[in-house]
Design a protein around this ligand. Structure first.
Ligand code: ADP
Ligand code: ADP
Length: 231
């Protein structure tokens, strides 16, 4: 993966107080960085700006040595896998079609796509024969979220941005997915940013934990070990 660098990034939605104010943060290449903090502190906004779904009011964001505004949309979708809060699946598309969005963009042949979809459904503990042709509304919230994770991983992007990826997932499956993610990480070293409300998850998965407060301010950016060692 590539390192992600935010420099003096501000996002105002209109109100006087910015959602994210003058945030400078480096996400090191090949590491997992966990963003934790109260609801409304700017975590989702930060992920969406990295992904260029939201344009910062000011400041710059770079991926590797490129400004994200210089990377074209298709290229960006290949490089960054994004797990939207609550799955964010397209309701009119089957589970297989949702997962295949980026592979199709990359013009993989049908057989390769089908094999990859089945492999990913297995990875997130959904039986391929049962689920590939269903529609999102036929799945529970937790199952939809798992499909969202599968979709983000589909074309093996070097960067993953995950917004509460396991929030609605049952505890046993969550633990399995967390373990899978750590295995993938051990093998390939992606650059991963995960938003979570779950401090135990932050400690388990994170190489680094960023504790944020309102306005996208960083309270602390440290290793889990050092954060746990605080009195
Ligand atoms: P978090 O992910 O930490 O819960 P968000 O990034 O979603 O925080 O939101 C940060 C702040 O920006 C909140 O005060 C939220 O109400 C506001 N906000 C988020 N999205 C919008 C939007 N589309 N329009 C106006 N305000 C927004
Ligand atoms: P979870 O514990 O993950 O929230 P649910 O209790 O919502 O699961 O769902 C249990 C089972 O019922 C799942 O296998 C899911 O596929 C199925 N299911 C849930 N909602 C629907 C629906 N609207 N149509 C068809 N099957 C559904």
């Amino acid at each position: 993966g590539s390192r992600i660098l935010l420099e003096n990034v501000t996002k105002r939605y209109g109100s006087a107080t910015p959602a994210v104010g003058d945030l400078t943060m480096e996400i090191p290449a090949g590491k997992i960085v966990m963003l934790v903090g109260p609801s409304g502190c700017g975590k989702t906004t930060t992920l969406k700006m990295i992904n260029r779904l939201i344009e910062p009011t000011s400041g710059t964001i770079s991926l590797g040595d490129q400004d994200v505004t210089d990377i074209d949309g298709d290229q960006l979708r290949r490089r960054i896998g994004y797990v939207i809060q609550a799955g964010g699946l397209f309701p009119h598309m089957t589970i297989a079609a949702n997962i295949a969005i980026v592979p199709k963009l990359l013009k993989w042949d049908a057989e390769r796509i089908r094999a990859r979809v089945d492999e990913l459904l297995d990875l997130v503990s959904l039986d391929p024969d049962t689920y590939r042709d269903r529609y999102p509304r036929e799945l529970s919230g937790g199952q939809q979220q798992r499909v969202g994770v599968a979709r983000a991983l589909a074309a093996d992007p070097p960067v993953l941005l995950m917004d509460e990826p396991f929030g609605a997932v049952d505890p046993i499956t969550r633990q399995r997915l967390q373990d899978e993610l750590l295995l993938i990480q051990e093998e390939v070293g992606k650059t991963i940013v995960i938003v979570t409300h779950d401090f135990d998850e932050a400690v388990k998965l994170g190489d680094w934990i960023v504790i944020m407060r309102e306005g996208g301010q960083i309270v602390q950016y440290d290793t889990p070990e050092r954060i746990l060692a605080e009195p």
